[in-house]
Design a protein around this ligand. Sequence first.
Ligand code: FAD
Length: 240
Amino acid sequence: MNVLIVYAHPEPRSLNGALKDFAVQHLRAAGHAVQVSDLYAMEWNATLAASEIPERVHHRADILREQEKLRWADTVIFQFPLWWFSMPAIMKGWVERVYTLGFGYGVGEHSDRRWGDRYGEGTLSGKRAMLVVTAGGWESHYSPRGINGAVDELLFPIHHGILYYPGMEVLPPFLVYKARSMGEQRFAAITEQLGQRLDTLATTPPIPYRRQNHGDYDIPAMILKADIAPAASGFAAHLA
Ligand code: FAD
């Protein structure tokens, strides 16, 4: 399997750095090919330029290289520390620049039966994606009634809007809570669990998001049909 790790942490000796190194070694030892986009080390330019907005598309070499890595990958892992309830800005800027018109969005034809190729279809369909995220907060803080909001809801914009949108199947995330309380023993337990998740990348059932063009939504309103999960609303309504 070809695995791309898109990774954002400025400090190689961080917990994230150690988990990323572990993942690379573990995957390679299992016979997989691994590429890493280490965004800070690459000094990734996270700012979409005027020349890159859709009407004046000029894809720079750095964007084309990342798109090529995505095409190459069977599985894409996005690894980052949770910063202000989301991915670090450098990774958001990677998405903004790499997901160009005709690649990340604006793919496929629009008709009264299809609304382009997205949400389960698109350039990256057939690939799998998984988040590896560390957070300072506790697991209870991210539980369904926790003060920070439920983690599934917090990650929905990334899972559904960034990974599923261009076609990837999204695996449940690998989360490390209370990340600042780390000792040798806990680190060993976490790498063991991460290793198990890496060993099952090809077989773990994805989050069952609904497909856009398979009958659940009214097109072009793109709203769930009245008879589909009538009591459901919000993010959870998009789970089949
Ligand atoms: P590090 O600080 O590098 O390490 C964490 C611990 O792991 C340390 O004790 C370190 O000694 C230990 N460690 C590192 N490597 C190893 C190793 N190889 N073996 C054993 N132990 C090791 N948290 C939230 O929950 N929600 C937020 O919205 C949020 N926003 C943030 C915004 C910013 C700007 C910042 C800076 C932090 C924020 N945090 C938030 C906290 C953040 O998520 C955590 O600090 C981060 O996830 C920890 O990961 P790290 O790689 O930076 O850990």
